[in-house]
Write a protein that binds this ligand. Structure first.
Ligand code: PHE
Length: 347
């Protein structure tokens, strides 16, 4: 009897090692330890055995039964792990964008045209001794308006449709001129810096207007700064950027924070001055509003106006990018369309 049990165990082990699937395993379980299984029939045959036999064989049978159940449980766990591995092998996904990009014939990881142009301009200004400053998108009234000589109820606030926060004290900056104020607060003259970044206005969107766009503010403060200095830096910037002769015009422009103020326009490069949707059919594009910093602004920034003066400008980065790459609609810039941004990879 005991020998028979040993044989049964080794027979089971051989059968178990050949099992691959769960259904096969459940059949094997029934065959050995099920109600009508091999182990049960041995136990049943004990009814004719002596007490002594019953004791030893019974105990051994139970041990074997437990060993079989344990081996089956272990095999179930093994099969389940193999099933998961097989699924992972079959259903894996590349969650990097590579596949989508490859399928669409696109190149990966290009820089956005605004980034490219912004960096190029930063390099030009760094080479001329300017510092690069940053500022927050969420601003207070003081930095966006008051310190820039735009008091409450001043009509110039209407020139810039503002996104206000519920508290009516904070807003999304409408221009990068906020960086002028922050720069004056943190620097002692003489100094010169540029501050690029996103600005926000509640505008109706069309080919030349977006609610989110980019400016690059510039400011220079020192002794005896003149309009000639301002014009020199503006011309230098444009000739470096366009690397060719472009037609520019300077006309008076009103901004409460500069006096005198100018608008520097360039001839529209999309239509070569003929008139199109980008230049609103006038043939010229407003690119560089600028002027000599108003003494009130310098005072608000803590600058001694008996000793120092300065100039400031606010370059419209999106328009510059559009002229540079012949983009005929500003809405492409924030479209997020890879077919658009991919074109600028190889700069
Ligand atoms: N902040 C002005 C605007 O966004 C532009 C500007 C900057 C004008 C600096 C003059 C000097 O409209």
């Amino acid at each position: 009897m005991l020998e028979k049990l040993d044989d049964l165990m080794s027979e089971f082990q051989t059968a178990l090692s050949a099992v691959i699937t769960k259904p096969e395993l459940f059949d094997l379980k029934a065959e050995y330890v099920g109600k009508k299984g091999k182990v049960s029939s041995i136990l049943k045959s004990l009814k004719d055995a002596t007490n002594e036999e019953r004791k030893t064989v019974g105990a051994k049978t139970n041990t074997i039964k437990e060993a079989i159940l344990k081996a089956i449980d272990e095999k179930v766990a093994l099969i389940e792990i193999e099933e998961i591995n097989a699924k992972l092998e079959k259903n894996w996904q590349d969650i990097t964008l590579n596949d989508i990009i490859k399928e669409n014939g696109l190149n990966a990881a290009g820089y956005h045209p605004v980034t490219l142009v912004q960096r190029e301009i930063e390099d030009i200004f760094i080479s001329m001794g300017f510092e690069i400053l940053d500022g927050p998108h969420i601003e207070d009234e003081f930095h966006n308006f008051e310190a820039l000589n735009i008091p409450k109820n001043h009509p110039a606030r209407d020139m810039q449709d503002t996104f206000w926060f519920k508290d009516m004290e904070h807003l999304l900056r409408t221009h990068t001129s906020t960086i002028q104020v922050r720069g004056m607060e943190s620097h002692k003259p003489p100094f010169k810096f540029v501050g690029p970044g996103k600005v926000f206005r509640c505008e109706t969107m069309d080919a030349s207007h977006e609610m989110v766009f980019h400016q690059l503010e510039g400011m220079m403060v020192g002794e005896n700064i003149s309009t000639a200095n301002l014009i020199f830096f503006m011309k230098k910037l444009l000739s470096e950027i366009f690397k060719s002769d472009i037609n520019v015009r300077l006309r008076p422009g009103f901004f409460p924070f500069v006096e005198p103020g100018f608008e520097l326009d360039i001839e529209c490069l999309i239509c070569k001055g003929k008139g199109c949707s980008v230049c609103k059919q006038v043939g010229w594009v407003e690119l560089l509003p600028c002027g000599m910093t108003h003494p009130k602004v310098l005072e608000a920034g803590g600058i001694d106006t008996t000793k120092y003066n300065g100039f400031a400008f606010g370059l419209g980065l999106d328009r510059l990018v559009m002229m540079r790459y012949m983009i005929d609609d500003i809405r492409h810039i924030h479209s997020g369309d890879l077919r658009f941004s991919e074109q600028f990879k190889e700069y």
